[in-house]
Unconditional design. Structure first.
Length: 190
């Protein structure tokens, strides 16, 4: 536990790892307490429930993506510049939140009160992404292809980075970002 990490932060961090390893449904508060070497009752001094932990993990990340997208969208970058910034945003947030990204992608359907809010954040994010692509088509910066298919192709790769990044011990994130720019934006044609 780092000096700036609160006990609640530690609980959320450990829970995110357990959710990724075992699946949200399989993890109990007792499992979490055992992993942290404390009594289950002690957890409740810091959080109300496993559901609250999941809400916090997913909503914090979804809001971070939303804030990043809003900043990108309002920048005066070209369409290609904005797409590169989106890739950088995903590499940065995914590499810093490997376990949280697993929850975001695999466990969002377990959200209850926060599910509608999460779905709105996700839809708005995709709408903003699509809008950037449509602007790029209109300005002639990118090919006139279906924006929905382009977005799906790029986002599917970016949303699964959390699976791939931990398997590469010597991964240079700057190099990864550059490769993703090349492959996802420029393409693989020689």
């Amino acid at each position: 536990m780092s000096k700036t990490e609160t006990r609640k932060d530690e609980i959320i961090r450990v829970a995110a790892r357990l959710f990724k390893e075992k699946g949200y449904s399989a993890v109990t508060m007792r499992d979490l307490a055992a992993e942290m070497g404390i009594k289950a009752a002690s957890l409740y001094n810091h959080i109300n429930s496993k559901q609250d932990i999941l809400d916090e993990i997913i909503i914090n990340l979804a809001e971070a993506f939303t804030a990043g997208m809003k900043e990108i969208q309002t920048s005066d970058q070209s369409c290609i510049g904005k797409l590169k910034e989106i890739i950088e945003l995903h590499v940065k947030l995914s590499s810093q939140n490997i376990y949280g990204m697993a929850s975001l992608n695999n466990d969002w359907m377990h959200l209850t009160e926060k599910r509608a809010y999460y779905k709105k954040l996700r839809t708005d994010y995709e709408d903003d992404f699509r809008h950037i692509l449509e602007e790029g088509i209109t300005s002639g910066e990118i090919i006139n292809e279906k924006p929905e298919v382009m977005m799906f192709s790029i986002l599917t790769t970016l949303r699964s980075l959390y699976i791939w990044i931990p398997k590469k011990e010597d991964l240079d994130l700057k190099e990864l970002t550059t490769s993703l720019h090349q492959i996802l934006i420029t393409g693989i044609n020689k």
